[in-house]
Design a protein around this ligand. Structure first.
Ligand SMILES: Nc1ncnc2c1ncn2[C@@H]1O[C@H](COP(=O)(O)OP(=O)(O)OP(=O)(O)O)[C@@H](O)[C@H]1O
Ligand SMILES: [Mg+2]
Length: 331
């Protein structure tokens, strides 16, 4: 069953078409990745799905509920962690989570019990009595996640959950998200990181300039690039004739494409290359040219992005951690 169903969604800000005719569906129990560069329309889409913004046209259903006609129905079913952290630095971690539960209409006792449970799951119990303003970037992001989970939503929306985190904290967050998903939670996340989409998403859509350019599982998308790359490096001292005969041997293989020579190496793309090592070695061995090294690499999502948009999806890996917002206290 599709838990999120988006059809022909548009959102304009004046002349800017932030979301330009987007359609997709997210199956229950899966992790769906929305991958795209700055300004692609990720946040605009997610804000429509969690009913913080209204679409210009098109429809979106979340957990069977229409975001336009029943925003309250949607809000009770979704958890949302925004791109900028939404925690109050003056409150403790525990108080932040309880507050969120109360805002969702939970009783004091229910919110308190659930907060304790979630803070444990998300490894924040040790620091739950500390002011959230003293948390590290990784802890703050986890607290955002805890807040999004307090009312036991059936779908979790996360806008760039690991942007600004160091690799260790990013991997820890991935682990939490996988565990939540293993427990049955449907997760929609946006990211600018290809490794993140690759690691987490069952299905992903690549969005650029408000449009989905391609959609599928990471494996399907990578296979669509046209095979694994095979690099054969010849031993030092080999000549142009040797390189040419190795290139010829690779070209003769079924499904080989884009065979290129670079100095004393030959690079080719080969469908299912990683499961055809023996065949590659036999073909090259028959030429009698001694080989120094054989390397096989799967295509990356970067290549997928390049193929479909003509540009690279380059993101600085380390951005400053997002600062805690100092929201006015609500009591
Ligand atoms: N409130 C707004 N008013 C005017 N333009 C907006 C507004 N919100 C977003 N935009 C524009 O819409 C486009 C999409 O923005 P959006 O924030 O959805 O991108 P994004 O994919 O989330 O980018 P990032 O990775 O930087 O967060 C951008 O051109 C942005 O400038
Ligand atoms: Mg954004």
């Amino acid at each position: 069953m599709a838990l999120i169903e988006v059809t022909d969604l548009y959102k304009s800000f004046g002349d800017v078409r932030a979301v330009d005719g987007v359609s997709f569906a997210v199956e229950e129990g899966t992790i769906f990745g929305f991958l795209g560069p700055n300004g692609a329309g990720k946040t605009t889409t997610i804000r429509i799905l969690v009913t913080l913004s209204k679409q210009t046209s098109g429809s979106a259903f979340v957990a069977g509920v229409d975001v336009s006609s029943d925003p309250h129905g949607v809000r009770s079913r979704v958890g949302y962690a925004a791109q900028a952290t939404g925690i109050d630095g003056d409150l403790t971690g525990y108080e932040n989570v309880v507050l969120q539960g109360r805002l969702h209409g939970m009783s004091k006792r229910e919110a308190s019990e659930e907060a304790v449970r979630i803070l444990e799951v998300i490894s924040l119990s040790d620091v739950q009595e500390r002011r959230a303003g003293t948390y590290s970037g990784g802890m703050a992001r986890r607290l955002d996640l805890a807040q999004a989970l307090i009312h036991r939503p059936s779908v979790l929306f996360l806008d760039e959950p690991t942007t600004g985190l160091d690799p260790q904290n990013r991997h820890a967050m991935w682990q939490y998200l996988k565990e939540l998903n293993d427990g049955g939670m449907t997760i929609f996340l946006t990211t600018q990181y290809m490794e993140e989409a690759d690691e987490l998403a069952d299905d992903l859509a690549i969005i650029d300039q408000g449009k989905i350019v391609v959609e599928g599982s990471p494996g399907e998308l990578k296979r669509g690039v046209g095979g694994d790359s095979v690099t054969l490096t010849l031993r030092p001292g080999s000549g142009p004739d040797d390189v040419a005969s190795v290139a010829g041997a690779l070209e003769s293989l079924v499904g080989a494409d884009r065979v290129k020579t670079i100095d004393n190496a030959v690079v080719a793309h080969l469908v299912d290359g990683s499961s055809r090592i023996a065949e590659i070695v036999r073909a090259v061995d028959a030429t009698g040219v001694p080989i120094g090294r054989l390397e096989l690499a799967e295509p990356s999502l970067d290549q997928v992005f390049l193929k479909h948009t003509g540009s690279r999806l380059r993101v600085e890996e380390v951005k400053p951690a997002s600062r805690l917002s100092r929201k006015r206290r609500r009591t």
